[in-house]
Design a protein. Structure first.
Length: 534
């Protein structure tokens, strides 16, 4: 008889639980996908795929509420129809009747923990790979539909008259660079080929442009062909809350595995290496030889550079200005002979891009050149890129982990003991972000635990309130049961916010989360104590 009764109650619980889960999941899924549909222009087929990928994270929040709704409704109706009184009159204890609800609570708690720690993050990353695999289609679709596209997280807006997704070619292109809410450069391209590498951890868009004309605040410059590369962040998975448990442990051990921290570190590294380059150049120019030896990355060219002085550019970040006379000697390493000598009144150098693998570049303004044998002239500019960093700078940056080098900047034993204010500001922001990420990891782990384990208390509370409020409307039991759930959510959110506050310790936020869980357990024990007495 007991088995039949348990099966009857559990079947009713599953019916209501399933219908409630289906309805809530559909509503939340469409709400979560609205931003991706609007920002990235995904197709209906991709929307269905994304709904499937986002289903686990939706279920993480839906399952506890659906189970709470089912428990309060089923046990409320069970008590309102006097079935509960009949069972207790037959000698069946309350705990035996609550057993099916307890099984549902434990099952939902276990599934919730599994979803939040493993399944949901895995599906989020699968959805990321799905969108990345169609990144080129999204780019060309937006160019065809709107005529322009802004790569997520980048400062470049791409306008095109014609887009051919089959050959990955765009024509009549205008690329506008925007920094600090101001357009600072404009590039026109007759024809370009676009390739997006989405297989690596960092997304990278490569634009191979022909007949490019660049215009900025200084003057226009033209070149026949140029390759533009732009990294852009992950579309969905660059957030701590979308990481698996082992990924959270990896990020805690190495913050460079987390994209936002990596980007901040790379920018700070570019500033650091620029200041190191400025100091190294001044030391070389003040030495007896008055020159510095540079080599191209492919090993085909060597350069000897001399100048009067090197200073950090006040207007262009990550740029070292060379004050004249600036002399550059280009040497063919294979033939071991001088190819040309360039001389100008000024020049500039620095890292090519804000990337870890970026090499050094040099740009001379209106240099006079001499190839020997009376062959002389003046060119508009002399641009040399893909130069290997001087050995002293490469050793200073590459001997220790990048984050350790950056966080040590400004101290007596660091690679740069007297940095500029801008670099110190970036390093301080990096330290603050690292501290915040550590706190967010703690908050994420504990909030998932509290939410998962709290499912048991919430569902048992829903059962108790359903039985206690059997004389009223059935939905009144669910409404009353939602109050403790809301309180637990408030404690979780408050705890997460406290962990992000740099003025308090992370332990206070964690304690706040578990306080909500303890209060829920106390409420559950109080309700069942009253039921057992009556």
């Amino acid at each position: 008889m007991i088995y039949t009764l348990h099966r009857y109650i559990f079947r009713e619980l599953c019916k209501v639980f399933g219908l409630a889960t289906l309805a809530m999941t559909l509503i939340l899924n469409f709400g979560m996908l609205f931003r991706e549909i609007q920002d990235f222009g995904v197709t209906p087929g991709q929307v269905i795929h994304l709904m499937f990928y986002l289903l686990p994270i939706t279920l993480t929040f839906v399952l506890p509420m659906s189970a709470l709704f089912a428990a309060s409704m089923v046990y409320g109706r069970f008590a309102a129809d006097r079935e509960l009184d009949a069972c207790r009159a037959s000698g069946i204890s309350l705990w035996m009747l609550v057993y099916p609800g307890l099984c549902l609570a434990i099952l939902v708690a276990a599934v919730n923990l599994l979803l939040s720690f493993h399944i949901a993050p895995a599906f989020i990353h699968r959805s990321e790979r799905s969108v990345k695999a169609n990144a080129e289609q999204i780019l060309f679709r937006n160019l065809q539909r709107k005529g322009f596209y802004n790569l997520p997280g980048s400062n470049y807006y791409i306008y095109a008259d014609k887009a051919d997704p089959e050959q990955k070619i765009i024509e009549g292109v205008i690329i506008i660079g925007k920094a600090k809410n101001e357009f600072n450069n404009l590039q026109t391209v007759e024809r370009a080929k676009v390739e997006i590498d989405s297989r690596s951890q960092v997304n990278r868009a490569t634009i191979i442009a022909q007949n490019l004309t660049r215009m900025d605040e200084l003057e226009p410059a033209s070149t026949r062909q140029v390759v533009l590369e732009q990294e852009f962040p992950p579309l969905l998975s660059d957030n701590i809350k979308f990481q698996k448990l082992h990924q959270l442990k990896v990020i805690r051990a190495d913050k460079m595995q987390f994209y936002p921290i990596r980007q901040m570190a790379v920018k700070a590294r570019s500033e650091l290496i620029t200041e190191l380059l400025c100091g190294h150049l001044n030391q070389a120019f003040a030495a007896d030889s008055n020159k510095i030896h540079l080599e191209s990355a492919d090993g085909s060219r060597a350069y000897e550079l001399s100048a009067g002085k090197a200073v950090l550019s006040p207007s262009q970040p990550q740029t070292v200005e060379l004050l004249g006379p600036v002399v550059l000697t280009e040497i063919d390493r294979i033939r071991n002979q001088v190819l040309c000598r360039y001389q100008s009144a000024s020049a500039s150098c620095g890292p090519e891009t804000d990337q870890l693998a970026a090499n050094m570049q040099l740009n001379m303004d209106s240099p006079a050149w001499d190839r020997g044998g009376g062959v002389k002239g003046v060119s508009y500019s002399k641009f040399v890129n893909n130069l290997i960093w001087p050995t002293a700078i490469a050793n200073a940056i590459g001997t220790k982990p990048l984050l350790d080098v950056l966080q040590n900047v400004g101290q007596t034993d660091s690679v740069l003991s007297q940095p500029e204010k801008s670099l110190l500001s970036q390093v301080q922001k990096l330290k603050t972000s690292i501290h915040r990420v550590n706190n967010e990891i703690d908050a994420e782990i504990h909030s998932r635990l509290v939410l998962g384990l709290g499912c048991v208390g919430l569902i048992l509370t829903g059962i108790a309130l359903g039985i206690s409020l059997r004389g009223g409307h059935l939905l009144s039991a669910f409404g009353a049961s939602a109050v403790p759930a809301g309180v637990v959510i408030i404690f979780i959110l408050a705890g997460r916010q406290l962990t992000k506050n740099p003025s308090v310790t992370a332990s206070l936020g964690i304690l706040t989360m578990w306080t909500g869980f303890v209060l829920l357990l106390c409420l559950t024990l109080y309700l069942y104590r009253r039921l057992l007495r009556t």
